[in-house]
Design a protein around this ligand. Structure first.
Ligand code: APR
Length: 312
């Protein structure tokens, strides 16, 4: 059976996700947007690249009508507005919560067995909206953040030490925002903790750059936010699920007491497979790390409460 991935939002992140899913030959792709013509145009453009890129994924673009998304295996939701300079991810809340709820209602009706990968910001709050609106089990609503944040940390570690990115491994916990918690002692180069390879001042500088990684790009682009790395991260999640790889990846998932956090989406290491989140990996944190994670959870909770006040 051919696999189907629906990508909602045919903007910068969505179109890049569609391209990578197709070029990796992972599945057929349905691109959905509210703008007339754009998803169809981008899907056709990508389909015309297929003979050169050598893949047989079928690409379709639709506006408004979700029938094409019927029985999707995975739905990646990127619909919403991105940040502009001076905005935090949280400033997107009021607009994107309405978009998320309307999209998820449509998806739940046509693809009730799908796994949702949420990309729209503010990420952790959007995951709550998607879980509540869909009525899906917790293991089938997963937020993309930790892979992106740790990829940024890995890129900065590789630049700093002049080593291959392939040798790097990094661990970032917490919400996708200024309170994210990079864990240097679990971040390694060829298995060696970076705490053995860099001064604590340099590590602090890289951690700070990782926390501000999204804002750094918004500041440079000026008209929107990052999309190449966010798309790569979402596609890694989709690939892991479609191929039932059982990879351990940091993702935003609904915690029910793990790490002492309850009823909240927050970034932690999980095992991803064909059933979505198949396990939540609990690692022992130091007091400082647990404090930082609690602080991050508090920030997510404030946003979820704001969303409820706004009627979400
Ligand atoms: N249904 C479908 N698509 C929608 C809807 C909706 N209800 N509302 C908006 N969109 C579409 C827009 O028309 C646009 O094409 O979502 C797309 C968003 O694309 P961009 O503006 O290019 O934004 P992008 O950079 O892709 O970011 C999307 O991902 O990383 C996050 O913070 C980012 O929340 C933002 C999201």
């Amino acid at each position: 059976m051919r696999k189907k991935v629906t990508v909602v939002g045919a903007g910068n992140v969505g179109a890049t996700v569609a391209m990578r899913v197709a070029e990796k030959g992972l599945a057929d792709v349905v691109l959905v947007d509210i703008i007339e013509g754009v998803p169809a145009g981008k899907a056709l453009d990508l389909a015309e690249a297929a003979p050169i890129e050598k893949h047989d994924s079928r690409l379709t673009g639709i506006t408004g009508d979700y029938n094409e998304a019927k029985d999707s295996d995975i739905v990646i939701i990127t619909a919403g507005i991105p940040r502009k300079p001076g905005m935090s991810r949280d400033d997107l809340l009021a607009t994107n919560m309405g978009i998320m709820s309307s999209v998820v209602k449509e998806i739940a009706a046509v693809a009730p067995n799908s796994i949702l990968i949420i990309v729209s910001n503010p990420l952790d709050a959007m995951c709550h909206m998607a879980l509540d609106t869909s009525g899906f089990a917790n293991n089938r609503v997963i937020g993309m953040a930790g892979i992106l944040d740790s990829a940024r940390f890995r890129a900065f570690i590789a630049m700093e030490l002049d080593v291959s990115v392939e040798n790097t491994h990094a661990f970032v916990l917490g919400g996708h925002g200024d309170t994210m918690v990079p864990l240097p002692r679990y971040s390694t180069v060829a298995g060696i903790p970076i705490t053995e390879l860099m001064s604590s001042e340099r590590i602090d500088a890289l951690v700070e750059r990782t926390r501000n990684g999204g804002a750094e790009i918004v500041g440079l682009l000026k008209t929107g936010s990052a999309y190449y790395a966010p798309a790569s991260a979402a596609v890694e999640m989709a690939e892991t699920i479609l191929k039932d790889k059982k990879k351990i990846l940091p993702c935003a998932v609904y915690l029910e007491g793990e790490y002492g956090i309850k009823d909240l989406f927050i970034g932690v290491p999980v095992k991803l497979g064909e059933n979505g989140v198949e396990d939540i990996i609990q690692i022992k944190l130091t007091d400082d790390e647990q404090k930082a994670l609690n602080n991050s959870a508090e920030a997510v909770k404030t946003l979820v409460d704001d969303m409820k006040r706004l009627g979400g």
